[in-house]
Design a protein around this ligand. Structure first.
Ligand code: G3I
Ligand code: 9MR
Length: 585
C-alpha cells in the first residue's frame, strides 16, 4: 500500500477538544495488542464501511481497509461492523479513523502484563488487618482496619467447645468485594482459580514482581498474596471437628465508611458443607504448590494438607449442612443480612475437593469419590460451580495418571472441555463484537464479565493447552479484547486502565479514601439486565449488554470482588504468558 502523510491538524481535531463533538463510534482494546495478535475493532454504529490507520508518531497513513463482517445481535437493531487491522505488526502508537471518530491504540510486546500485574496487585489493596503502606500503595496507603482479633461465635456456629458469644481471633485475609466481610466460599474459589493457572505457568509467575511486602522473598508474589488469605482461612476451621465457618461478617453491611470507622461486631457463622469442601480443596491444592517454599512458609504445606483432610471428613459426615441464610435467621439472633454465597448442591465442591485430595495424597478413596461426583459436562469456573477447578486438576498437562480409571477420567473430562470450547467459539468471528462472549442474552448477569467473559477465556486457554487448537487461543484473546474495550459501551472495565474505565465502583475502600481515582486493577461486575439495584440507581438502558452504570450505588453492575479479580488474574496472566511464547516463535 502506498503510504501518505495525514495532516496533524485534522487528526488533532479528532482527538482533542474542538468545536464539534467527535463521533463515538470505535470500540477497541484500549490497553494494547501484541505484534502477532489478531487486531480487530468494531464500529458501534451502522453505515461504517471503511477505516484508516495512522502511525501517531509520524503521521503516516499505514493502512486503509474496508469493514468485514456487519451484523447485529439478537436484541439490537444496530448493525455493527468489524475492522480488521491484524496485518499491522510493528510496535507503536496508532490512530484508527472511522465513521468520524478517532481512537488511539498500541501495539507492543506484552500488553497484558500490565493487566495481569494490576489484577494481582488488587488483592494487596483488599488486605485486612495490616497497614497498606505508601511504598507499595502510593496514594492509596491507609492504616490497618478490621484486625479481627475479637470475633464472636454466632449462635448458629456454637458447639460444645465454642459457645455463642465466645471470642476467637481470625485475622488477615482479604475483604471480599465492595463490602468489608470475609467469605470462605468466595475466597477459596478465588485462590483455587489463581493457583490452577499458577500450576500451568510456574516459570511465568516466578518472574512476576508486583511490589508487595513479600516481593523480596524467595516465593513468587502470586503465592505470597494467596498465603495472606490462606492463613486467615486456617483460623476459620473449628479445631473441635474440622468443619469450616461459612463466613466472618457483620450482621449488616457497613456504610460507605473507612475500615477504621467500622464499629459493628463481627461474627463467624454456621459451618457449611460448601465452605468446608472449598476449604479442603484449596488447602490440598496449596499443600502441593507451597511444598518448595518451606523457607518462607515453614510447615505450611503439611499443615494445609492436614487441615484439608480434616475438613473433608467433616463434610462427609455433614452432607446436608448447606448455608441457608433465611433459615438461619428464623432460628438465631442477630439476623445476618450480608452476602449469602448460598448453594443448593455441593456435588461440584465435593468433586473439586476429592480431586485435589487424590492428587495431593494418592489415596484411592478420594479418587472413588471424585469419579462418583464428576460432572456430566464442562461449565466455566464460578464460585457457585467449582467443578471446572476439579477438571483443571485432572487435566494438568504435566500430570501423570496411572491406571485405567484415572486415564478414563482424564479422557472423559478432556472431551467435555473440548466440546465446550468447540461450542463457544462457533460463530465468534461473525458476531457483533467479534468474540465468543457477548452475543447471547444469557451472557449478561451479576458478575458476568468475570464469571463468564474472563472465565470462558481461561477455559479456552486450558482447552488449548491440552488440545493444541489455536482457534481456542485466538478466541480467548477476543474475550480479553471485550473486557478491555471492544464492547457496546466502550469501557475498559478494569479500573485504572485504558482511556475510559469505571471511576465510581461500588467499593467502600475506593469510596471512602478521599481520592478521586478508584483503587486500580479491579474488574467490575459488568452489564447486568437483572438490575437488582434499580431502586438506587438509574440504568441508561435495558439492553442486556448496556445494563451498566458507572455509579457508586450500583452493586449489581459496578461492584468489584475478589473472585472477579481472580478471573482477571487467571485470564490475563495465562494470555500474557502465552503471548511471550507466541512472539518467540
Ligand atoms: O448463574 C446464573 C446464570 O447461569 C444465569 O444465566 C444468570 C441469569 O440470571 O443468573 C446467574 O445467577 C446470578 C448469579 O449471581 C451468578 O453468579 C444471580 O442471578 C445473581 O443474583 C447472583 O448474584 C450474586 C450476588 O452476590 C447476590 O447474591 C453474585 O453471584 C455474587 O457475586 C454476589 O456476591 C456479593 C456477596 O454476596 C457480598 N459481597 C459482594 C459480592 C459481589 O457483589
Ligand atoms: O454493598 C453491598 C454489596 O457488597 C452487595 O453485593 C449487595 C448485594 O448483597 O448489597 C450491597 O448492599 C446494599 C444492600 O443490599 C441494599 N441497600 C444498599 C446497600 C449498598 O449501599
Amino acid at each position: 500500500m502506498k503510504s501518505k502523510l495525514i495532516s496533524f491538524g485534522i487528526l488533532a481535531g479528532g482527538l482533542a477538544a474542538c468545536s464539534q463533538p467527535a463521533a463515538d463510534v470505535i470500540r477497541l482494546n484500549q490497553v494494547g495488542y501484541f505484534p502477532s495478535q489478531e487486531k480487530v475493532a468494531v464500529a458501534n454504529t451502522a453505515g461504517v464501511t471503511d477505516f484508516t490507520v495512522v502511525n501517531a508518531a509520524t503521521g503516516e497513513e499505514v493502512l486503509k481497509g474496508t469493514t468485514t463482517v456487519t451484523t447485529s445481535n439478537p436484541w439490537s437493531q444496530t448493525a455493527r461492523s468489524a475492522m480488521d487491522f491484524s496485518s499491522l505488526n510493528q510496535p507503536g502508537t496508532y490512530w484508527l479513523l472511522a465513521g468520524g471518530d478517532t481512537a488511539t491504540f498500541e501495539i507492543k510486546d506484552r500488553p497484558l502484563a500490565v493487566v495481569a500485574d494490576a489484577a494481582l496487585k488488587s488483592f494487596y489493596y483488599q488486605r485486612t488487618g495490616m497497614p497498606i503502606e505508601e511504598k507499595y500503595a502510593g496514594q492509596w496507603n491507609r492504616p490497618a482496619g478490621h484486625p479481627d482479633t475479637q470475633v464472636l461465635i454466632h449462635p448458629s456456629a456454637a458447639g460444645p467447645a465454642r459457645k455463642a458469644g465466645d471470642v476467637i481471633s481470625s485475622p488477615k485475609g482479604w475483604y471480599d468485594a465492595g463490602d468489608y466481610n470475609k467469605y470462605i466460599v468466595n475466597s477459596a474459589f478465588s485462590i483455587g482459580l489463581m493457583q490452577a493457572i499458577y500450576r500451568l505457568f510456574p516459570d511465568y509467575f516466578a518472574k512476576q514482581n508486583v511490589n508487595i511486602p513479600e516481593s523480596g522473598n524467595n516465593t513468587p508474589d502470586l503465592l505470597d498474596e494467596m498465603y495472606y488469605n490462606l492463613d486467615w482461612m486456617l483460623t476459620m476451621q473449628d479445631p473441635a471437628d474440622g468443619g469450616v465457618y461459612h463466613k466472618l461478617t457483620t450482621p449488616n453491611f457497613e456504610g460507605f465508611v473507612k475500615p477504621t470507622e467500622c464499629k459493628q461486631p463481627r461474627y463467624v457463622v454456621q459451618k457449611s458443607v460448601t465452605a468446608t469442601l472449598d476449604f479442603a480443596a484449596v488447602m490440598a491444592q496449596a499443600s502441593m504448590i507451597f511444598k518448595p517454599y518451606q523457607k518462607d512458609y515453614p510447615g505450611f504445606s503439611a499443615k494445609a494438607l492436614r487441615a484439608a483432610e480434616r475438613a473433608y471428613s467433616w463434610a462427609e459426615k455433614n452432607p446436608d449442612a448447606l448455608y441457608k441464610q433465611a433459615d438461619l435467621n428464623e432460628k438465631y439472633d442477630p439476623d445476618i443480612q450480608t452476602g449469602e454465597y448460598g448453594d443448593t448442591d455441593a456435588t461440584d465442591e465435593l468433586f473439586w475437593a476429592a480431586s485435589e485430595l487424590f492428587y495431593a495424597t494418592g489415596k484411592q478413596a478420594y479418587m472413588v469419590k471424585a469419579v462418583k461426583s464428576s460432572p456430566r459436562s464442562y461449565l466455566p469456573p464460578s464460585w457457585g460451580n467449582v467443578s471446572a477447578l476439579g477438571v483443571f486438576a485432572w487435566l494438568l498437562p504435566e500430570r501423570e495418571l496411572k491406571g485405567v480409571t484415572e486415564e478414563a477420567m482424564e479422557g472423559t473430562l478432556k472431551s467435555y472441555l473440548q466440546a465446550y470450547a468447540t461450542n463457544v467459539v462457533k460463530g465468534a468471528n461473525q458476531s457483533a463484537f467479534h468474540a465468543p462472549y457477548g452475543d447471547e442474552e444469557a451472557d449478561f448477569f451479576w458478575g458476568c464479565l468475570s464469571e463468564l467473559c474472563a472465565n470462558q477465556a481461561t477455559s479456552l486457554v486450558y482447552a488449548y493447552m491440552v488440545g493444541d487448537n489455536n482457534n481456542f487461543l485466538i478466541n480467548a484473546y477476543r474475550n480479553m479484547d471485550y473486557i478491555l474495550g471492544r464492547n457496546p459501551l466502550g469501557y475498559c472495565y478494569v479500573t485504572g486502565l485504558g482511556a475510559k474505565s469505571p471511576m465510581h465502583p461500588h467499593h467502600r475502600l475506593s469510596a471512602s479514601d478521599g481520592i478521586d481515582a478508584p483503587l486500580p486493577g479491579f474488574l467490575v461486575g459488568g452489564p447486568n439486565p437483572g438490575q437488582q439495584d434499580g431502586q438506587f440507581v438509574k440504568y441508561p438502558s435495558n439492553l442486556p449488554d448496556e445494563s451498566y452504570v458507572d455509579e457508586e450505588g450500583s452493586y449489581a453492575s459496578n461492584e468489584i470482588a475478589i473472585n472477579w479479580s481472580a478471573g482477571l488474574v487467571a485470564a490475563a496472566s495465562a494470555l500474557d504468558a502465552l503471548s511471550q511464547r507466541m512472539s518467540a516463535e
